[in-house]
Design a protein around this ligand. Structure first.
Ligand SMILES: C[S@@+](CC[C@H](N)C(=O)[O-])C[C@H]1O[C@@H](n2cnc3c(N)ncnc32)[C@H](O)[C@@H]1O
Length: 228
């Protein structure tokens, strides 16, 4: 896919000019944290001392990724986000953590380059909703991206998706069911009762985006799937 076409999918790459602290983090911290995409074919070389690897797709302001990385020092975290201001924010949040690598760009580039069965966890939190019917095909949850997640997640790995848009929640469940029908049971939804998807689990830190959704009266759903 051309860069221009890809950019269409995730919208803005930059918002307001960076504040001094964020600019400094971007310029001084990011070079040390930047993901070397060439290493994804041998992902054990990324964090050689860490037994587990996680990917967050579109980390926004990075609140969730930073909290997870601090809570799980045995896991290397890759974050992918094309939005410059978010990258700068995450760089500032994780500058003292040794277990984070940042890809300033499209998560699909990370998935494409990643070796099979590499990930213990993948997070897709509040993906862009692409409300209009004719834009639905830009949604990150798609058969193509699910195939890449199925390939790169280890057996037993966890894939978490959150959304405050009921249509996106339904869309996700329908796309996953279609994927499972076509490829055999691959993503197993872990919910047993409504609270399991209505209440954010304790080990699932919140984000600013989510807080705004709650204030606006939109109730998020928290979906957790296990890779068969
Ligand atoms: C609605 S925001 C949610 C941000 C964050 N996950 C949160 O919960 O606060 C969606 C984010 O996904 C990013 N995004 C969209 N398409 C992406 C892609 N293909 N790869 C990586 N990030 C993407 C956008 O730049 C945006 O920051």
């Amino acid at each position: 896919m051309t860069e221009e076409k890809r950019r269409l999918i995730y919208g803005r790459r930059q918002g307001r000019p960076l504040k001094a602290g964020a600019r400094e983090a971007f310029e001084t911290v990011l070079p040390a944290l930047a993901l070397d995409i060439a290493r994804l074919s041998a992902p054990e070389t990324l964090f050689p001392d860490l037994p587990r690897l996680a990917l967050e797709i579109g980390f926004g302001g990075g609140e969730h990724l930073a909290a997870q990385a601090a809570a799980h020092p045995d896991t290397g975290f890759i974050g992918a986000e094309p939005f410059l201001n978010g990258v700068a924010k995450l760089a500032a949040l994780v500058k003292d953590l040794p277990n984070v690598a940042i890809h300033h760009g499209d998560a699909r580039d990370v998935l494409d380059a990643l070796a099979d069965a590499s990930l213990d966890k993948a997070y897709l939190l509040f993906p862009d909703p692409w409300h209009k019917l004719r834009h639905n095909k830009r949604r990150f949850v798609s058969q193509k991206n699910l195939a890449q997640l199925a390939r790169t997640l280890k057996p037993g790995a966890i894939f978490r998706v959150a959304s405050d848009i009921p249509d996106y929640v339904r869309w996700t469940l329908v796309e996953i069911a279609a994927f499972n029908r076509a490829h055999g049971e691959t993503f197993i939804w872990q919910a047993r009762k409504p609270e399991d998807w209505r209440i954010r689990p304790a080990d699932w830190p919140g984000t600013r985006y989510e807080a705004k959704a709650l204030v606006a009266g939109r109730v998020p759903a928290y979906l957790e799937f296990r890779r068969a």
